[in-house]
Design a protein around this ligand. Structure first.
Ligand SMILES: Nc1ncnc2c1ncn2[C@@H]1O[C@H](COP(=O)(O)OP(=O)(O)OP(=O)(O)O)[C@@H](O)[C@H]1O
Ligand SMILES: [Mg+2]
Length: 239
């Protein structure tokens, strides 16, 4: 199990006229909750897209669970929640999950499990279009959970959630990791950094830090993750 869940080597991605990732190398270890943090526009979503195989890349390699990113064999092994809604507004939560379960060949038991995991049991038969913002994003998360993927790639899953729900979701992430799932979670919220086993700080397509929360604080002498990141960002000359 020493092989990382994700291995990105010399990844170069150009979007429009911008080189978003100029040659990025990073590994995501298995069975951990890894946070991908960094300023808006830094390339977080682009990196996650490359890992799930929906991003056109210029050069480099992305290996996921031992296979090239985007391979057909990874379809049921990788769950992905995009930054924008990915469930159908005109279907209920359960209907959505039935659809996503059919895509990955997941059992109907896993549908109920996923709904319970995100605490939407009382809204299982509500149309997604009638859910609150936070409920909507939890429905998207549930859609990625069906079939128990080995790797979960979550692009800002906690946006718009209240502190209690955020805490519950992070607890869920760690339960999943304890059971062997790898989670790669992007976030803007720096206090979420301390909830991760490992942190990647991405700024302007460059990894400024790849460390444990404790290691990061030690290395920067900062009191909290936010201060540590500011220290690193200020130490680095702008690209
Ligand atoms: N569809 C697109 N076409 C062209 N350029 C794009 C496209 N999407 C994103 N970009 C550019 O790629 C860069 C990185 O964007 P990306 O969405 O990866 O950043 P991010 O770190 O996820 O930001 P945020 O925290 O705001 O979600 C930005 O400069 C953005 O303008
Ligand atoms: Mg993004």
């Amino acid at each position: 199990m020493d092989e990382p869940a994700v291995l990105v080597q010399d990844l170069c991605v150009v979007r429009g006229s911008r080189t978003v990732l100029p040659g990025l190398t990073v590994a995501v270890p298995r069975g951990q909750v890894v946070g991908l943090l960094g300023p808006s526009g830094g390339g977080k979503s682009t990196l996650l897209r490359a890992i799930v195989g929906v991003q056109i890349i210029e050069s480099g390699t992305v290996t996921v669970l031992g296979e090239p990113a985007g391979s057909a064999g990874l379809r049921s092994r990788v769950g992905y929640v995009t930054q924008s809604p990915s469930v159908f507004a005109d279907l209920t939560v359960t209907q959505n999950l039935r659809y996503f379960a059919s895509l990955v060949g997941a059992s109907s038991a896993s549908i109920a499990e996923a709904i319970t995991a995100v605490d939407l049991t009382s809204h299982a038969d509500t149309r997604v279009g009638e859910l609150s913002g936070g409920q909507h994003s939890r429905a998207s998360l549930a859609a990625a959970l069906v079939g128990s993927p080995e790797l979960l790639v979550l692009d800002e899953p906690t946006v718009g959630l209240d502190p209690v729900l955020r805490r519950d979701l992070w607890e869920l992430f760690h339960r999943l990791a304890d059971a062997g799932t790898t989670l790669l979670v992007s976030s803007h919220v720096m206090d979420e950094a301390t909830r991760c086993d490992r942190l990647l700080l991405l700024r302007e397509g460059v990894i400024l830090a790849d460390d444990t929360p404790d290691g990061l604080l030690r290395r920067t002498g900062a009191a909290d993750a936010e201060q540590a990141f500011l220290t690193l960002i200020e130490a680095e000359p702008a690209a």
